[in-house]
Design a protein around this ligand. Structure first.
Ligand code: BGC
Length: 733
């Protein structure tokens, strides 16, 4: 009722004990006057009212102060769509009939587009849906770094490279927030595995922290100007990330000047004094059953509720500490639910579907294509066998908090049937995984042997076989709350593929997953597509690429190791991953992902940045504007990309830099620039990429700051981390 009142008013009145504060459209952008209003509101609030604003009143909201016209704050999961409405006091769905939405592709897919413009479109669209659903804070995007292929939540993040994630997170945030909805970048920080996430203590060097794990969060704050951030569940150096002095007070709020709100992960708060003093502003999700777990109002028992009030009243914690939290919360409100002129949003419109399809099409990665297996000509009267549970399984359901109630979800099988009118499409499930449930595995009731026999029979009749396998959103797959138990494909898929290959070697594999998997069959199949979780129009986007309507241009945002022990974190044994259940040590330090494979000369199965096209590109004439540079200068790298094949396409030029003879350990090379360019067949396009010399610095622990080493550097220009076409030596003076 109160929210309705706000929606319809351009003027919001704050009736204070002595004065009336009026916020209107003209001055809402004037930060000075907003800060003055905030001061005034704070001086009008009671201690109890201020404390109440610092913790939940329901699963996804915090209370307002009705007497002063301060609204409630409503949050929703992200990051791939606006989650279905959840009950007030428990995790059950509320069963509304107006909360089904557009499901956008998972963030791994967005990262694979290497296209910041699409990230902006993603942010605008999901922000519009959040706004239409009357949400003030969207709990996303996630930018935890891909450290292990077993992490159950990798699909929600943007891959293994801090530069790529930084470039993509900024436009997403800007897009969301232009709707008057706050993005909430998560999970700050080092929540790089789900196993023991609630308590594991991460020990990592300052250097790896600053070079690998923090940059995307820093970009979110400094460039994206994100309005809220979620603390991670795990501990860092013995203190929970949700109230961690170093991470929240020193780095986030002081060094990066973050002026927004720190929100705890749900149940991530553990101590009142630390929550008060070490940077947490809003406590959410403590006590998973809300009111049902207590005879008294459970929300009054939150760390930042009654116990906080007690510390304030006794003087053990100063009121200034509380005022700073309330100031941040009110600032967030002036940006969102108290901004008088924010747009109204929209939902399930054709433009959002188009954005989802475009991102899906640009993020799909073609990894192998012998004998031009793909694209498959749509005019041919052939028999195509579509085999595998992932051809029909919903991938918006399951996975944990990113689960969605999608208005539509087109399966790969439906997408292919729509596009291939001349071919005969036959289908077999092949394997079965069981229904999706949070925190438990429900085995399938299908007769697995029968499914296999059916699939073999179907494959033997076809001209071409498309195997849709991979992982899914079940517990112990790509799902929150636990990690995968093994690197190999689950549900007997390796064995099934081997059987299918015996009766029909003309097989192309489409992997639907948010993680790398082992591929013992890779040399035997004709082709491989990495298709991620693609959301509402998954099937259409897959058919777009398989038919050649869309020429694939996605690049891997993380490396696929041949075997698990080739991955850096795993190569150091259990204390590195997953830890001993109390502590874990990031022993690979800065050598995460391709940094490890390159430096240690280990060949991955597929490399970071790798991805093929239906056309061929040539990179030529690449050079730098100078050979020597000073600090604060930029290195301008120019060259051209020619499309030497028969169809239009897009290529991603990737620029990596490595220090020669460094005085510290360094990765052989690190991504420092990239650009995606559309090039028509037969055409040639000139490209320029600029790199700031300062970005070549390493984090020097001896001075606790960035340090730019003088001397020689190699610039690597290519279209994948393992396909470099030009190396140029430059010197920093
Ligand atoms: C997840 C968060 C999510 C929150 C609310 C937590 O379990 O880690 O990412 O936003 O729940 O659903």
């Amino acid at each position: 009722m109160f929210r309705k009142f706000l929606k319809n008013k351009l003027l919001i009145l704050f009736f204070c004990t002595t004065t009336v504060v009026i916020v209107n459209a003209q001055d809402s952008n004037n930060s000075k006057s907003v800060e003055a209003k905030i001061d005034h509101i704070i001086s009008s609030l009671t201690l109890e009212e201020k404390v109440a604003m610092c913790h939940a009143q329901s699963k996804f909201s915090t209370p307002g102060v009705e007497r002063l016209g301060i609204p409630e704050l409503w949050m929703s999961d992200g990051p791939h769509g606006v989650r279905g409405e959840i009950n007030w006091d428990n995790w059950g769905y509320a069963g509304w009939t107006n909360d089904s939405i557009t499901a956008f592709p998972a963030l791994t897919c967005l990262a694979a587009t290497f296209n910041p413009n699409l990230s902006k479109d993603y942010g605008i669209s999901i922000g519009e849906e959040a706004r239409y659903r009357k949400k003030d804070v969207l709990l996303g995007p996630g930018v935890n770094i891909y450290r292990s292929p077993l992490n159950g939540r990798n699909f929600e993040y943007m891959g293994e490279d801090p530069f790529l994630a930084s470039k993509l997170v900024v436009p997403y945030i800007q897009g969301v927030q232009q709707n008057g909805v706050a993005a909430c970048v998560k999970h700050y920080v080092l929540n790089n595995q789900e196993l023991w996430r609630g308590h594991i203590n991460v020990e990592v060097s300052d250097r790896a922290l600053h070079e690998i794990y923090l940059p995307a969060f820093k970009a979110a704050v400094e460039e994206g100007k994100v309005w809220s951030i979620m603390g991670a569940y795990n501990q860092f150096r013995g203190q929970f990330c949700g109230h961690n002095k170093v991470l929240l007070n020193d780095i986030l709020k002081k060094d990066w000047s973050f002026d927004g709100v720190v929100i705890s992960d749900w149940g991530g708060t553990h101590d009142t004094k630390q929550a008060a003093l070490y940077g947490l502003d809003i406590e959410m999700g403590t006590g998973t059953d809300g009111l049902t777990s207590s005879t008294k109002n459970a929300y009054d028992l939150y760390y930042l509720a009654g116990p906080f009030l007690k510390l304030l009243k006794s003087g053990e914690v100063k009121e200034d500490v509380l005022n700073d939290k309330v100031r941040r919360i009110l600032r967030l409100m002036f940006r969102t639910n108290m901004a008088p002129n924010r747009p109204l949003g929209r939902m399930n419109n054709q433009e959002h579907i188009d954005v989802a399809r475009k991102i899906a099409g640009e993020g799909i990665v073609l990894l192998k294509n012998d004998t031009s297996f793909f694209p498959i000509d749509t005019s041919k009267k052939i028999i195509i066998a579509v085999i595998g549970e992932n051809a029909t399984r919903s991938m918006t359901i399951g996975g944990g908090s990113s689960e969605l109630k999608a208005k539509i979800e087109i399966s790969p099988l439906d997408g292919l049937k729509k596009r291939y009118k001349n071919a005969t499409i036959i289908h077999a499930m092949g394997y079965a995984s069981g229904p999706s449930a949070y925190d438990r595995v429900i085995p399938s009731e299908y007769d697995l042997n029968k499914l296999k026999q059916e699939a073999i029979e179907v494959a033997s009749k076809a001209d071409a076989v498309l195997f849709f396998g991979g992982l899914n959103k079940n517990h112990l797959q790509d799902c929150e709350g636990a990690d995968r138990k093994e690197y190999k494909l689950p549900f007997g898929q390796d064995e099934l593929l081997n059987e299918l290959l015996k009766v029909n070697p003309n097989i192309g594999v489409v992997l639907v997953s948010g993680n790398a998997v082992e591929m013992p069959w890779i040399s035997k199949v004709k082709a491989l597509i990495q298709a991620w979780y693609l959301g509402s129009v998954a099937g259409d986007a897959i058919a777009d690429v398989i038919s050649g309507d869309v020429n694939p241009s996605g690049k891997l945002p993380f490396s696929f190791p041949k075997k698990l022990s080739d991955n850096a974190a795993h190569s150091f044994g259990e204390l590195s991953y997953p830890g001993d259940s109390i502590n874990q040590y990031y022993k690979e330090d800065i050598l995460v992902g391709y940094r490890w494979f390159d430096t240690k000369k280990i060949k991955p199965l597929f490399a970071f940045g790798e991805g093929q096209s239906y056309t061929t590109f040539e990179l030529s004439k690449w050079n730098t504007d100078k050979k020597e540079y000073a600090k604060n200068e930029s290195i301008l790298i120019s060259g051209s990309v020619s499309n030497t094949g028969n169809v239009d396409g897009s290529e991603v030029v990737q620029v990596y830099v490595g220090k020669l003879n460094s005085k510290v350990n360094r990765a052989e090379k690190e991504l420092k620039g990239f650009q995606k360019i559309a090039v028509k067949k037969g055409e040639n396009i000139d490209v320029q990429i600029s790199i700031n010399v300062n970005s070549l610095s390493f984090y020097d622990e001896s001075i606790s700051n960035w340090n730019l080493e003088k001397g020689d550097y190699l610039i690597y220009i290519g279209n994948a981390s393992n396909n470099i076409s030009k190396k140029i030596k430059i010197t920093i003076k």
